[in-house]
Design a protein around this ligand. Structure first.
Ligand SMILES: NC(=O)c1ccc[n+]([C@@H]2O[C@H](COP(=O)([O-])OP(=O)(O)OC[C@H]3O[C@@H](n4cnc5c(N)ncnc54)[C@H](OP(=O)(O)O)[C@@H]3O)[C@@H](O)[C@H]2O)c1
Length: 292
C-alpha cells in the first residue's frame, strides 16, 4: 500500500512509520516545513513532502499516487484531511483519535467527538483508532517525566488516594494495532480503543515505574484541591514537576477501557505495563536520561 503519513515525527507516528516500512508499504511523510524534528525523519523516511495537515490545498498536493492516509497529526485536522482525500480520490483513511473522547469532562471530549463525527460522515473507507496515554522510548512525553522525577527524588507526592485507573499503551503495541486497523478490510467503518493490557491504579503505576528503576520512593499522600492550585502556580514559575495541574484534575477520572473488539478483529495484544516500562527505563538509561 502507498500511504501518506501525517504526524510522522511524533512517537506514535514514528513507530507506525517503522512498522509500515518493515511490512513492505511505501510511505510518504507529510511534515511541517518549520518542524524541529526533521533529522528524526530523515533517517527513516525516504520520501518527505513539506505541508500542513490543517491546509487542504497542501494535503491535495501531497496525495497524488497514494492509496491511503494514516493521519496521526491530530483529529483536529479531520475536516481538511477528509476534504483533501475526497478531492484527490484517495479513499482509505486511518484516523488517530484518543480515548479522551470517552471523558466525562466536556473540554477533553467535546471537540474529539465532533472530529470523529467528521470522519464517520466522510463517505471514505475510514477507521478510527483511539490510543490511551502512549509511552515508551526517549520520545515519550508522558511516563518519561514520571521516571525522571522518580529517578531524582526519594519522595513521591501522590495526589488524592491514587486509586483511579490508568491503562497506558506501549508505542510498539499501538503501532501494531494501528497497522492492523489500516490493513484489514473488515476494519473499515469501525472505531477501536487501543489501550495497554490491563488497567492499574495510579499508585500501582507509580510503584511499578519506580520498581523498574530499582527505586522505592516514600509515598506522600496529598489532597487534590490545594495541590492543583499549588501546581498551577509552580507551572507558571516553570518548576520541574512530575504531573501537570490539568492532569491532577483528571486524576479523579478512571481511564480504563476494554478492547475486546480490537483483540478479536485486529489481533490486538498489548503488553502489560511492567514490561513496557522496563523497556523504557532500559532505553532512557542507554541515552543517559536516567541514572544507571
Ligand atoms: N501522546 C499521547 O499520549 C496520546 C494519547 C492519545 C492519542 N494521541 C494521539 O496521537 C497523535 C500524536 O500525538 P502526540 O501526543 O504524540 O503529539 P505530538 O508529539 O504533538 O505530535 C504531533 C505530530 O503532528 C505533527 N503536526 C502537528 N501539527 C501539524 C500540522 N499542522 N501539519 C503537519 N503536521 C503537524 C507534528 O509535527 P512537528 O514535528 O512539526 O511538530 C507531530 O509529528 C495525535 O493524534 C494525538 O491525539 C496521543
Amino acid at each position: 500500500m502507498r500511504v501518506l503519513l501525517t504526524g510522522a515525527t511524533s512517537l506514535p507516528g514514528l513507530t507506525l512509520l517503522k512498522r509500515l516500512l518493515e511490512c513492505g508499504h511505501d510511505v510518504r511523510c507529510l511534515m511541517r516545513s518549520g518542524s524541529p524534528n526533521l533529522m528524526r525523519l530523515k533517517r527513516e523516511c525516504s520520501e518527505i513532502v513539506h505541508g500542513d495537515a490543517g491546509n487542504e490545498a497542501s494535503l491535495v498536493r501531497a496525495l497524488p499516487g497514494m492509496d491511503a492516509v494514516a493521519h496521526v497529526a491530530g483529529l483536529t485536522f479531520a475536516p481538511q484531511v477528509v476534504a483533501a482525500m475526497r478531492r484527490s480520490g484517495v479513499d482509505r483513511l486511518l484516523a488517530v483519535g484518543s480515548t479522551s473522547v470517552h471523558s466525562a469532562y466536556e473540554h477533553r471530549s467535546g471537540h474529539r467527538k465532533e472530529m470523529e463525527k467528521v470522519v464517520r460522515g466522510s463517505g471514505l473507507a475510514w477507521t478510527v483508532v483511539r490510543p490511551t496515554m502512549i509511552y515508551g522510548s526517549e520520545l515519550d512525553r508522558n511516563m518519561r517525566h514520571l521516571l525522571r522525577f522518580l529517578d531524582r527524588f526519594p519522595i513521591f507526592p501522590l495526589f488524592g488516594d491514587g486509586t483511579n485507573l490508568w491503562q497506558p499503551v506501549y508505542h510498539e503495541d499501538l503501532a501494531r494495532g494501528m497497522l492492523a486497523a489500516l490493513e484489514r478490510p473488515e476494519a473499515v467503518g469501525r472505531s477501536y480503543d487501543l489501550p495497554g493490557a490491563a488497567p492499574l491504579t495510579y499508585r500501582d503505576l507509580v510503584l511499578t515505574a519506580a520498581g523498574a528503576l530499582g527505586r522505592k520512593p516514600q509515598i506522600l499522600k496529598l489532597p487534590l484541591g490545594p495541590v492543583r492550585q499549588a501546581l498551577a502556580f509552580a507551572e507558571r514559575a516553570r518548576l520541574p514537576l512530575p504531573v501537570k495541574s490539568e492532569q491532577v484534575l483528571r486524576l479523579r477520572e478512571d481511564k480504563a477501557y476494554p478492547y475486546d473488539e480490537a483483540r478479536e478483529e485486529l489481533g490486538y495484544k498489548p503488553r502489560p505495563f511492567h514490561e513496557g516500562i522496563a523497556l523504557e527505563v532500559a532505553r532512557l538509561r542507554e541515552v543517559g536520561m536516567v541514572r544507571p
